[in-house]
Design a protein around this ligand. Structure first.
Ligand code: ZN
Length: 205
């Protein structure tokens, strides 16, 4: 692409680094911003800068938060003794959207993937075990994707948690979790959380 301005070129290059955004789309977005009022563009830029600088991860569940402890972990009405383990913050949003879950979460920050060099120590697994060991927990729900990485992570978590003698449950297979979960049908996802099953059932062949 031949640009008439270096400023234009720089902005287009930055936008085209975003996932799913090619140079043509980037150019369209940049030209769109150029037509906006200065105040609106300032607001856009500042929100991106503030996001990266000021966002926190909850010290208990590792979900993205504006505070050191997130709103879900501090809410009185949530059942603190039921923990739903998910891959990332998109999964928390999807489960929250179902309106069917009243416990708290634990965000792993990814899935075990030897192919990508992601091992258990790269994820928030020790802190989950620590939570289960040090706080009264009635149930751990493993809500991970039905992929090879999801299954590997499920089995690893089960091994780490089974000696605590608490129910470890999982949601129905076939629910799109982790990344795709944001598109999952809320009714199906909500139902699969309500009708969750003990994990050890799936180990019996
Ligand atoms: Zn939290």
């Amino acid at each position: 692409m031949n640009f008439s301005s270096k400023l234009l070129e720089d902005a287009v290059n930055e936008f085209s680094k975003l996932p799913g955004v090619g140079q043509k789309t980037a150019l369209r977005l940049v030209l769109h911003l150029l037509n906006k009022e200065q105040e609106e563009v300032d607001h856009f830029g500042n929100s991106v800068i503030k996001l990266r600088k000021e966002i926190k991860h909850c010290g208990v569940c590792h979900n993205i938060s504006d505070h050191n402890i997130c709103d879900i972990c501090t809410a009185n009405k949530r059942d603190k003794d039921v923990i739903c383990v998910v891959e990332d913050t998109r999964d928390v949003m999807a489960v929250e959207n179902t309106g069917q879950y009243f416990g708290v979460y634990h965000v792993l920050g990814g899935l075990i993937s030897p192919m990508d060099g992601v091992g258990p120590s790269d994820l928030f697994i020790d802190s989950l075990v620590q939570r289960v060991a040090t706080t009264p927990v009635k149930e751990v729900i493993l809500a991970l994707s039905a992929t090879m990485e999801g299954d590997t992570t499920l089995f690893y978590l089960y091994k780490r948690l089974k000696d605590f003698q608490i129910p470890i449950t999982t949601i129905a297979k076939g629910i799109a979790f982790g990344g795709e979960l944001e598109y999952a049908d809320e009714i199906t996802l909500g139902r699969s959380i309500v009708t969750r099953v003990p994990y050890h059932n799936s180990l019996i062949k």
